[in-house]
Design a protein around this ligand. Structure first.
Ligand code: CTP
Length: 423
């Protein structure tokens, strides 16, 4: 049953003209070949919500790679094809279009990747996660803009509901549990009552999902505006405990995430910082277990382990009388993520003060004189140069010198045989 609601107006208003022209041209070619082309998924949802989304998914009842090749203009966009999956991507500088052959899916067993075969738009929509993501817009000229809404997705959007399409949805693919929480919290919607019940029933199916796929879901969550909302809800519904029983989604997490965003603005905090804050209260064995299970890449695992190493050594920063140079030497080898995470998450006031001093000031302190300057002052090349530079740096950190001339006087003093350079 094809709903006759038309979205041509929203398409024209909300999408860049270049993309609209592209879709119309694609629809014409598809029609000339006797095929149907549709805009599908998240972008249709976002058109109806008037939210910007320029990453288009197109589904063709026909060979998507052939169509992509016909549409490809090498001077304007890049084409990538995946013949094994029957998919193609056209990428402009600022947006992209995925083209896929309409397909149906069956799950050989829960959590496994589905078996796919070419299908109709109806079967392609039925394989999707939620009604609000299972709408399409016809792009062929004679039906241009018509909404295909077989599962009342538009109605659910209006009632702010996240609803699965069939009873086995979460057990087929338990990543939908995480996806459902993400959409619910992003859009300020609710899981529809029967969907919520099935989600709770199937929460144990999360164990059927590989760590890789869960990591991808977490990466998506940490790109959300307020990931803490998703984690809080995941704790409430028992999804966090399935990942690691000691993980928490509330407490002071929201506050720490907010501060992390402030300290990273205008960029999003790196995922390593979010994870460091989230995992901060776990013990090393628990963290190692998560790093292994989620197969965290080195660029994330390394700052995370640095955070935990620094946390374990925070006692050495607890003396209020520490000289700035000592604070510097204790902290200078740690990654920015480890410093920020400990500063935000530690409860120990003196180490926090010292971390703040290091982050705000000490890490930027440099001595004015360089090795070249010392050579010009007549100091012979060799280890002495390094030693003097080290002492100059310490003197700057501890506020014993504050100008180039002060440093020159200090070096001259050393050379004249003053008992020893300042420490
Ligand atoms: N999809 C699905 N089940 C999944 C993953 C994806 O049904 N496990 C479908 C949904 O229809 C979704 C579309 O594939 O809308 C595209 O997936 P994705 O890019 O992850 O979602 P979007 O809705 O496009 O993007 P976002 O989640 O960021 O809004």
């Amino acid at each position: 049953m094809v709903n006759k609601i038309k979205l041509s107006g929203q398409i024209k208003q909300q999408l860049p003209a270049e993309l609209v022209n592209f879709m119309q041209a694609a629809g014409k070619i598809a029609a000339s070949q006797g095929q149907n082309l549709y805009l599908v998924g998240g972008v249709v949802r976002d058109l109806l919500l008037a939210k910007a989304n320029f990453d288009l998914d197109l589904v063709l009842e026909g060979n998507a790679i052939n169509l992509a090749k016909q549409l490809h203009q090498p001077e304007a966009m890049k084409l990538t094809t995946h013949p094994h999956f029957g998919t193609a991507k056209l990428q402009w500088d600022r947006w992209s279009v995925d083209l896929t052959t309409a397909r149906s899916e069956t799950y050989p067993q829960p959590g496994a990747l589905p078996r796919v075969k070419p299908g109709s738009i109806e079967s392609d929509l039925f394989r999707r996660d939620f009604t609000i993501n299972a709408m399409a817009v016809h792009l062929n000229p004679t039906h241009y803009g018509e909404l295909v809404d077989l599962y009342d997705g538009k109605d659910d959007l209006e009632h702010k509901l996240i609803r699965i399409l069939h009873e086995k949805s979460f057990s087929d693919d338990a990543t939908r549990i995480w996806r459902g929480l993400r959409y619910e919290q992003r859009l300020d919607f609710h899981l529809e009552a029967a969907t919520l019940k099935l989600l709770k029933r199937d929460i144990s199916m999360l164990a059927t999902i590989s760590g890789d796929r869960i990591r991808c879901e977490l990466e998506c969550i940490f790109k959300e505006e307020l990931p803490e909302k998703v984690l809080r809800r995941a704790e409430e519904l028992g999804a966090l405990a399935r990942l690691q029983p000691s993980l928490r989604g509330d407490g002071g997490l929201a506050e720490k995430f907010r501060e992390a965003r402030q300290s990273s603005a205008p960029d999003l905090p790196p995922i390593a910082l979010y994870l460091s804050l989230w995992f901060y209260h776990l013990n090393s064995a628990e963290i190692e277990g998560l790093v292994y299970y989620l197969r965290l890449p080195k660029r994330v695992a390394q700052p995370l382990s640095d955070t935990i190493k620094l946390k374990a050594g925070l006692d050495s920063l607890a003396d209020p009388g520490l000289k700035p140079s000592r604070i510097y030497w204790l902290l200078h080898g740690f990654s920015p993520v480890a410093l920020t995470a400990n500063w935000l998450a530690s409860e120990a006031p003196i180490p926090r003060q010292h971390l703040q001093l290091f982050r705000d000031k000490l890490r930027y302190v440099k001595s004015a004189l360089t090795g070249d300057d010392l050579l010009k002052m007549g100091i012979p090349p060799g280890p002495k140069i390094k030693e003097i530079l080290h002492h100059l740096h310490e003197a700057s950190l501890d506020g014993k010198v504050a100008s180039k001339q002060g440093e020159i006087d200090l070096v001259k003093g050393c050379l004249k045989g003053s008992p020893s350079p300042p420490t």
